[in-house]
Design a protein around this ligand. Structure first.
Ligand code: CO
Length: 134
C-alpha cells in the first residue's frame, strides 16, 4: 500500500543552525526558510537525490511541534511521510485493521498542497506517520 518515502521531518530548536548543518557540514541542497502559518511551522527543505528532509521549527503560539521540542530540546525526528495512491482507501484499510488515524480522519491539505493524514505513533512502533496522496 505505501509507496515512496516522501520526506522525513526533523523538529529543530534553531532553524538557521539546522539549515547550516545540512548545507555546510553535510553538503546538501537547502532551501530558504518557508513560513507555513496554517501548519504552525517554518520549514527548510533539504533536497536529497531520493527524498527530502524537512527541518521544522515552531511558528506561532499553537504550533503542533512545540510540545515535541519541549520534550526533545535538541530536536529529533518528528515524523516520516509515505506516499499512498488513494488516501481515503488507505485510511479505510488501516481503520478496518484497528489502526488509529489522528483527528477526525478527514484528509487535510498538507504543506505540499496534497491530502494528508497522520497515524497514531502507538500503533506504528513509536513513529508518527504521515500519509500523503501522491
Ligand atoms: Co510532513
Amino acid at each position: 500500500m505505501i509507496g515512496r518515502l516522501n520526506h522525513v521531518a526533523i523538529a529543530v530548536p534553531d532553524l538557521d543552525r539546522a539549515a547550516a548543518l545540512y548545507r555546510d557540514l553535510l553538503g546538501a541542497k537547502v532551501s530558504a526558510p518557508v513560513p507555513e502559518p496554517r501548519h504552525g511551522v517554518t520549514v527548510v527543505f533539504v533536497e536529497l537525490p531520493n527524498t527530502k528532509i524537512e527541518l521544522l521549527h515552531p511558528l506561532g503560539d499553537d504550533s503542533p511541534i512545540a510540545g515535541f521540542l519541549a520534550k526533545n530540546a535538541a530536536g529529533g525526528i518528528h515524523h516520516v511521510c509515505y506516499e499512498v495512491p488513494d488516501i481515503r482507501a488507505a485510511r479505510d484499510r488501516l481503520r478496518a485493521q484497528g489502526a488509529r488515524v489522528l483527528g477526525d480522519g478527514e484528509p487535510k491539505i498538507g504543506a505540499h498542497g496534497k491530502p494528508v493524514l497522520f497515524l497514531h505513533p502507538k500503533d506504528f512502533l513509536g513513529t508518527l506517520i504521515e500519509l500523503e496522496q501522491a
